[in-house]
Design a protein around this ligand. Structure first.
Ligand SMILES: Cc1cc2nc3c(=O)[nH]c(=O)nc-3n(C[C@H](O)[C@H](O)[C@H](O)COP(=O)(O)OP(=O)(O)OC[C@H]3O[C@@H](n4cnc5c(N)ncnc54)[C@H](O)[C@@H]3O)c2cc1C
Length: 402
């Protein structure tokens, strides 16, 4: 294709997406439509994830055009699918579309997008976090089913989830990355027990999950037996983007709160203004970096550059919210909503600055720690020598563990 033809095609695609958005808003005005109906129609029109194939919530177009969709639909008051099912939307869907069978895509994607079926991610275990490939949860084949036993931890929104993305060890005699299999597990199946874990915010967004003789039909396996690591990488790479790859409008989000708090304080001393400006610049640099990454992205695995946004946003969110709480003075030490000991309906939503300050402490841990993100960048982007991995080629059963 010549440059002119490429530009014409891009213009046509943009026009198609805009027309479909207008059609959706005309057919179902958000103010008078329930969110499930609206999101269902959005999915059917291919505006859920425009880069997904047709019939699977997409139109097979550039992921860049999803911004166009969002820029039209959100200001018009449309419901935000990602808020209703954060793990399913950001990580479950790309994993399904990359590794799922046709039947799995047809079964899971639409109710995932509408939020009728919430998803959770069952990767971390008490003995396997950064080194998630070392996990111990076992799945043993029994005819057309698998029997699962083990424990997962830090499972965000497991208390609301219908489906879980589960990785389990199916062959302990293989090295750790080779003996794992990926399943979609019904969180309402007998033998699944979900217990809350409370965070410093006083909320339990996450849980520990116990599996006792849980039966999973083989058709709910995602990918080949023993090939679970491939699908796991797709989930993890998309997780980094889902957490750190956000593209807010310029000057919005945490940095807007900081500016507001600075203006409200009245005494505009220069040291604080300097601090605020450097935070504002970091926020803008991150936003632009994420725009660039999103334009380069194709369907499937986002690639190691997702770790840039993940690591940068963790530090930035912590620094901005600390700055804002500092501006509040003694009031910053009081959390307006107290410590409710609640099990929230959403993860990572902030009702006040103090809560945001506390919750963002976890940003450098969740979705892979900042140290691990830096290891990935060092090895896969900068080409530096690798981390020490002396258990990589040893059968999992022979690796010493406590
Ligand atoms: C709010 C929140 C939500 C979460 N939600 C989920 C979820 O829904 N599903 C899920 O499966 N998990 C979830 N997690 C778990 C998260 O993925 C793990 O906490 C994370 O991967 C770190 O694992 P760990 O806690 O076992 O720490 P460890 O792996 O034990 O790490 C401890 C420390 O050692 C450092 N470290 C470890 N290995 C290395 C290395 N090779 N090089 C340098 N430093 C290293 C780490 O950076 C860290 O500072 C969540 C965590 C949080 C905080």
């Amino acid at each position: 294709m010549t440059a002119t033809e490429t530009a014409t095609a891009a213009g046509t695609e943009d026009a198609t997406v805009r027309t479909l958005c207008e059609q959706l808003l005309a057919e179902l005005p958000p103010a008078s439509t329930d969110p499930v109906t609206f999101l269902g129609r959005q999915f059917d029109l291919g505006l859920a994830w425009v880069h997904f194939p047709e019939g699977q919530g997409g139109l097979g177009l550039s992921p860049r055009l999803q911004r166009t969709v969002n820029d039209i639909l959100f200001p018009a008051g449309a419901p935000v699918a990602a808020y209703r099912n954060v793990i399913g939307h950001g990580m479950g869907a790309p994993t399904l579309v990359t590794h799922g069978t046709e039947a799995q895509k047809q079964r899971y994607l639409r109710p995932l997008f509408t939020g009728e079926e919430v998803w959770c991610q069952l990767f971390s275990e008490p003995g396997a976090g950064s080194d998630v490939a070392g996990l111990s949860t076992r799945a043993v084949r029994d005819g057309d089913e698998w029997i699962v036993n083990g424990q997962k931890v830090w499972t965000t929104l497991a208390h609301l989830a219908k489906w879980g993305m589960l990785i389990a060890r199916t062959d302990p005699e293989q090295p750790k990355h080779k003996g794992m299999t990926y399943f979609v597990v019904d969180m309402e199946a007998p033998g699944v027990e979900v217990r809350p874990l409370y965070q410093i915010t006083g909320e339990a967004e996450f849980n520990e999950v116990y599996f006792t003789d849980v039966r999973i039909p083989d058709e709910e396996r995602l990918g080949e037996v023993g090939e679970g690591w491939r699908a796991t990488l797709t989930t993890l790479m998309n997780e980094r983007v889902a957490i750190g790859g956000g593209i807010p409008r310029k000057g919005t989000g945490f940095i807007a709160e900081a500016v507001k708090a600075y203006q409200a304080r009245g005494d505009h001393d220069r040291a604080r203004r300097d601090e605020l400006m450097s935070l504002w610049i970091r926020a803008e640099v991150l936003r632009l970096t994420n725009i660039r990454a999103s334009q380069l992205r194709v369907l499937g695995d986002p690639g190691p550059e997702g770790s840039i946004g993940k690591a940068m946003s963790a530090d930035l969110n912590k620094d901005i919210t600390a700055f804002t709480v500092g501006l509040l003075g003694p009031e910053g030490m009081l959390k307006p909503d107290g410590y409710p000991m609640a099990r929230p309906e959403h993860a990572m939503q902030f009702s006040n600055t103090q809560q945001a300050f506390l919750r963002t402490r976890a940003n450098s841990i969740e979705g892979g720690t900042t140290e691990i993100a830096k290891n990935i960048l060092g090895e896969r982007v900068l080409g530096l020598p690798g981390d020490v991995r002396n258990d990589k080629d040893v059968p999992w059963s022979q690796v010493p563990r406590s």
